[in-house]
Design a protein around this ligand. Structure first.
Ligand code: NAI
Ligand code: MG
Length: 395
């Protein structure tokens, strides 16, 4: 195995807690890597007016692999008011550095596996007809288009005249035509054929490699005919290359209902940016929520791996830390998968599974305790104790 270099971006809050824990697990599983630290997050917004310094972008461009913890972000005005005094009044605008990274390196394929670990008390259960309950095995992997759609950032309140003129050329805009500019907000939903083809191919390729029977396009093509329609169209084209994998289609609204009734029916799901965000959070909730939700952002040259959770500021300063490192550890396992270290990735997931199944070492979220310094006294394990238990299973 060639020694790797991974750009480590802990970011803010509990990102700084969980990322080093994941590196401990990577070391323990025998992954040979150097870690170069890169600055990202709130501190650099305040002191430099840029939460994603150019030196961090350069490091990622050089090494191609990033592990990211979490960042803190705040609404525009609050962000501006926290800038250090010498940076005030320069018209600096805060943008999320993780969204920035996705766009900067065209990390257009987001992968969010949502798999239940047997024995996790947070797993979804449902009532059976005879009054008992059952726990269906959830094993869904969501492919979310990561750079376009409603998150493309092309939007206006009081759109300029040219934009209004363009909209007025559409028959359906007539009923909005008299709305005064300041009372009119428009957020665009842009899909490109190239991105639709890439995300659907990534989904089918993953399904083929991991023996999943189906790929489900989860959109709203009956209403959003043009954009959802294009994603479906590209999925049909790609499916021609994977005759053994079925192509299904669900509407996002119906999907949100079905996943609370029969989540075991869905395997690989592909969606645009907004619906992918929604459906992946919903599936994550069925398998343990933020303490378990891992994700990858994949581009052609760069890939960045991150847990779904944020910086959880209310727990960031607790010593010892109480947050669950499993989401970050599973994120690190996705990095291993990505570079072909499949056995090591599987070993990490099996170690997590063993700790979850054993049940004696559990973070406060798994015990359904309200978070706080007292959870350790109530039987919860600390962050590092959970990592230690995972590492012990690797031995
Ligand atoms: P959050 O994910 O940071 O925390 C929400 C709640 O989830 C926490 O209070 C905690 O109860 C729980 N939680 C999160 N991670 C956990 C873990 N590993 N183990 C156990 N429990 C965990 O989301 P919130 O509170 O909405 O946002 C806090 C900050 O994080 C904000 O500034 C927000 O903008 C940012 N954020 C950053 C993200 C990122 O870096 N990708 C994603 C989401 C939020
Ligand atoms: Mg989300």
């Amino acid at each position: 195995m060639a020694r790797r270099t991974v750009v480590s971006m802990p970011g803010d809050g509990i990102g700084q807690t969980v990322l080093p824990e994941a590196i401990r697990v990577l070391d323990a599983v025998g992954f040979e890597s150097d870690y170069v630290h890169a600055d990202i997050g709130w501190e650099f917004w305040i002191t430099e007016g840029n939460p994603l310094p150019e030196r961090t972008v350069d490091l990622l461009a050089e090494h191609g692999l990033g592990l990211f913890g979490a960042i803190t972000s705040k609404p525009k005005n609050e962000a501006t008011s926290e800038l250090s005094p010498e940076l005030q009044g320069q018209g600096l605008v805060y943008y999320s550095p993780i969204v920035g990274l996705r766009q900067r390196f065209n990390l257009d394929v987001s992968i969010r596996p949502c798999r239940s670990f047997p024995g996790n008390p947070l797993n979804f259960i449902r009532r059976t007809a005879d009054g008992g309950w059952e726990e269906p095995n959830v094993d869904s992997v969501i492919f979310r288009q990561n750079t376009e759609g409603l998150y493309g950032g092309v939007e206006w309140t009081d759109p300029p005249r040219v934009v209004r003129d363009a909209f007025e050329s559409h028959a359906k805009f007539k009923r909005f035509a008299d709305t005064p500019g300041p009372d009119l907000a428009i957020s665009s939903r842009i899909f490109t054929r190239r991105a639709c083809a890439r995300i659907t191919r990534a989904a089918f390729e993953y399904a083929a490699r991991h023996d999943y029977p189906s790929v489900t396009v989860c959109e709203k093509p009956n209403v959003l005919r043009e954009t959802s329609g294009m994603l479906e169209e590209e999925a049909r084209k790609v499916q021609a290359d994977y005759p053994d994998i079925q192509l299904w289609s669900t509407n996002i609204d119906a999907q949100m209902m079905w996943l609370t009734k029969s989540p075991e029916n869905y395997s690989v799901i592909v969606a645009g940016n907004m619906f992918g965000d929604i459906v992946s959070d919903a599936f994550a909730g069925l398998v343990g929520g933020l303490g378990f939700a891992c994700s990858a952002n994949i581009g052609d040259e760069v890939a960045v791996f991150e847990p779904t959770h944020g910086s959880a500021p209310k727990y960031a300063d607790l010593v010892p830390s109480i947050v669950n490192p499993i989401a970050m550890v599973l994120t690190a396992a996705m990095l291993l998968d990505h570079i072909g270290e499949i056995d090591r990735g599987n070993a990490v997931r099996e170690a997590v599974a063993a700790v979850v199944a054993d049940g004696s070492v559990r973070a406060y979220d798994m015990l359904r305790l309200p978070g706080g310094p007292d959870v350790l006294a109530k039987g919860a394990a600390s962050t590092s104790e959970i990592t230690d238990a995972i590492i012990a299973r690797l031995a």
